[in-house]
Design a protein around this ligand. Structure first.
Ligand SMILES: [Zn+2]
Length: 332
């Protein structure tokens, strides 16, 4: 069992345990998740800080002006948890995380996603004292947000192909055993797709346990190679091009869908699995032109940002390829 799994407390009334925290408690949250949690608890934090986008120049100013606290508790989705992780890391305050949705792996990863000029960068290394998983609260969140969470695990499918490709063509360090174990996560998701789609306690547990497994594998290897490949480059490029925020899981889903095609990597199986889990890889609000530009300018973006080696370096993204993606997404 991984170290992280031992720190996870699960149950229906688990949030009442937070009442036992001694000293000054800073809650980092957003309006909707805080409202969702507040009705279930009988305690009040010393202060609530509303989380916002993680642009580093802005959050540094906020963190600098914070007084001292004994605990920081992040309640919400990826941004709330990342902001709480950042404060805990910068101020050296013990951390508790309460994910109210399982939409991204942020509550479970030691690194913190920040943005610099709208490009994601990872900083820090922080492990929470506890992670509270309250099935009732997670079930209250919109279903599509919870379903999107599995994308940060299905990314293993395209990431492993990229990793092997980089080992073969770019001499990158490769670990066969870790790759095999990561691939087993995909088999589990395949078996549990219906539970994940229906956001049952079993489905939530599957996602949470596999996040922990994934974090453990990445820790052993030393970076996120086993789960982060070209599909994440696609996600970052969409945000960079459009300057709009999307659901991370949807973008990663689109990345998995399009990069698996470029890799010619079990396309039907992974597309079907994305659908069965309910990941909206068609990304609501992303236009035909934006999809085209994302793919056609992907190599240029990757080179300019100095991102890692992947299928993008060995296979050309042609107009024909883009047309086939647009066709499959019903955009032409
Ligand atoms: Zn991700």
């Amino acid at each position: 069992m991984s170290e992280l799994i031992k720190r996870i407390l699960r149950g229906k009334n688990i949030l009442e345990k937070l009442k036992e925290l001694k000293g000054k408690v800073l809650v980092v949250s957003m309006e909707i998740p805080w409202k969702g949690v507040e009705k279930y608890i009988s305690w009040k934090p010393t202060q609530i800080l509303w989380a916002q986008e993680m642009e580093v120049s802005i959050i540094d100013g906020i963190v600098k002006n914070l007084v001292d606290f004994d605990w920081v508790v992040g309640i919400g989705g990826g941004v709330s948890c990342d902001f709480a992780k950042y404060i805990s890391w910068q101020k050296n305050i013990p951390l508790i995380l309460v994910p109210t949705i399982v939409s991204v792996d942020a509550p479970f990863t030691p690194s913190i996603a920040v943005r610099e000029n709208n490009v994601v960068r990872y900083v820090g290394n922080i492990v929470p004292e506890n992670i509270f998983i309250d099935y009732r609260i997670i079930k209250d969140a919109p279903e599509h947000l919870n379903r999107a969470g599995v994308a940060d695990l299905l990314s293993i499918h395209t990431a492993l192909w990229d990793w092997k490709c980089s080992a073969d063509h770019n001499n990158e360090r490769y670990d066969e055993q870790i790759a095999i174990e990561a691939e087993q996560c995909l088999v589990i998701i395949d078996n549990m797709a219906e539970e994940i789609y229906n956001v049952t306690p079993k489905g939530i547990d599957t996602i949470v346990d596999l996040y922990c497994k994934e974090v453990e594998l990445c820790n052993i290897f030393g970076n996120a190679r086993p789960e982060e490949g070209s599909e994440h480059i696609v996600a970052y490029h969409v945000e960079y091009l459009t300057k709009r925020q999307f659901l991370h899981g949807d973008l990663v889903g689109f990345g998995i869908f399009s990069m698996a095609r470029l890799q010619e990597n079990k396309v039907e199986w992974i597309t079907d699995l994305l659908k069965r889990c309910g990941v909206s890889y068609r990304v609501d609000g992303l236009s035909k032109d934006e999809v085209s530009r994302t793919l056609l300018e992907l190599k240029k973006f990757k080179d300019e940002m100095g991102l890692f080696f992947s299928v993008i370096d060995v296979k050309e993204i042609s107009n024909n390829f883009v047309d086939s993606v647009l066709y499959e997404l019903n955009l032409i």
